[in-house]
Write a protein that binds this ligand. Structure first.
Ligand SMILES: Cc1ncc(COP(=O)(O)O)c(C=O)c1O
Length: 339
């Protein structure tokens, strides 16, 4: 059985594993004060072209979201997310557990738009309700769609003029940035948001996310927040080594490109079979709509999510490609579907 269920079914890219082995017996300082973490952070700063940002390496996406959002907000402040947003639907109330309400808004193909934020602001005007303070987006969204540079810029301007923090979850950021039509770079992500993270777990690392904080007001004592939430790893070197490798020789974008290419191959194959899609996703998640009886047959050979019921006889499934997806597996899926 070949899995298209997610982009973390495999371990890590061999270059990362090799770097872990090569550095294995070298003694390093703990808690992210090691040479590899420092190197990784300077590589990312160079790539972004900004030395005044803070970067923290954290082991997972949920953890990064809850530590960042929990740290950025005052006790009575809340965040706004698309109703499809990962923090709203898939993080077991982790944000709410930090004491902050997640206000959900209708999404536009998974995306947050200023008009919907305004509607929330209009009804949260005094101390009898929470104060919306942070806008959570993810790029790509839960539906694999992406923000263009213009869209992020518009959100950024809206947030600035309304004194809101714009925070971007980049669990699959590599995949989004590799879509040329977005005209978006890592530097843009930094300039347009107050903080965002660069996902490693879903792009070739064993685990790890790099949180970038640009807004000066959000930087203070951030390591205390990480430690208090149990996320300051004594062997922080494990994260440092991985990000050092990911940002050496363009590996990060190479891997994301591969995932996108495999998704594209899937999409093209599905289109040739006149397949319809739940949504037009250019990134590494594809959502074809298939007959339930066809899905049942495919499930005998492939693993994937059944995403959404469309009608009594059809469902949308989610196929995810990764940095490690084999072309043969994609072709085998299409071949099976043809049969
Ligand atoms: C957009 C997004 N954010 C956050 C997460 C959470 O990451 P983790 O499972 O590492 O906590 C995921 C995981 O699927 C995700 O897709």
């Amino acid at each position: 059985m070949y899995s298209f269920k997610n982009d973390y079914s495999e371990g890590a890219h061999p270059k990362i594993l090799n770097a872990l082995i090569v550095s294995n017996m070298t003694q390093e300082k703990g808690y992210g004060n090691d040479t590899h973490t420092n190197n990784a952070i300077s590589k990312i700063k160079n790539l972004i072209g900004n030395k005044d940002i803070d970067i923290h390496l954290i082991s997972g996406g949920t953890q990064t979201n809850l530590i960042a959002i929990g740290a950025f907000l005052k006790p009575y402040e809340a965040c706004i997310s698309a109703n499809t947003g990962h923090i709203a639907v898939n993080e077991t109330g982790a944000i709410e557990y930090t004491g902050h309400k997640v206000i959900t808004i209708d999404s536009n193909a998974g995306k947050v738009i200023p008009q919907k934020i305004q509607e929330v602001l209009d009804v949260h005007t005094n101390e009898h309700v929470v104060k919306p303070k942070l806008v959570y987006i993810s790029n790509p969204t839960e539906l694999g769609t992406i923000y263009t540079k213009e869209e992020i810029k518009a959100l950024s301007n809206f947030c600035k003029s309304n004194d809101l923090i714009l925070y971007a979850d980049g669990a699959r950021l590599g995949s989004a940035l590799c879509i040329k039509e977005s005209y978006l770079t890592l530097s843009d992500m930094c300039n347009f948001t107050d903080a965002f993270f660069i996902g490693g777990t879903k792009n070739g690392a064993l685990l790890g996310e790099a949180l970038v904080i640009r807004n000066e007001n959000l930087k203070e004592n951030f390591r205390y927040h990480i430690k208090q939430k149990g996320a300051l790893l004594a062997k922080g070197r494990l994260l440092g080594i991985q990000f050092e490798e990911l940002f050496k020789d363009n590996l990060y974008f190479e891997l994301a490109n591969h995932a996108n290419e495999m998704a594209n191959l899937l999409t093209e194959g599905l289109k040739e079979l006149n397949c319809k899609f739940l949504i037009d996703s250019p990134t590494n998640q594809v959502f074809p709509i298939l007959e339930n009886k066809v899905i049942e047959k495919l499930e005998k050979k492939f693993i994937f999510y059944i995403w959404e019921k469309i009608d009594d006889t059809h469902s949308a499934i989610r196929l995810v490609t990764s940095w490690a997806t084999k072309k043969e597996a994609v072709l085998a899926f299409i071949h099976e579907l043809k049969k």
